[in-house]
Design a protein around this ligand. Sequence first.
Ligand code: ZN
Length: 102
Amino acid sequence: MQKVFAEGSVVEAQRIAEFLLQHGIDARVLSSGVGPQGGSVAARPALSEVWVDDVDAERGRVLVESREEHITTDVVVKLSCPYCTAENPSSFEACWSCSRAL
Ligand SMILES: [Zn+2]
């Protein structure tokens, strides 16, 4: 398991997990700051992390990054991958879906 998203609200983490699930990645939302003793960090705000299996980690990170770009700006220029037709932000040098050079 690897962490692809950290330090977000529970709602945000769940949205990302759902987004990853839609792309076939088995994502899990875990609470951060929960120590082995539990309860000792109750004063901290509740933050969540999203974890995926090792095999999906690389793709998961790219998906999370591309998702954040879509949220922060509506003017991201998109490129359609010539091989698999997946949409990629123009800043990507390789397709997030099939890893071939754009
Ligand atoms: Zn592609």
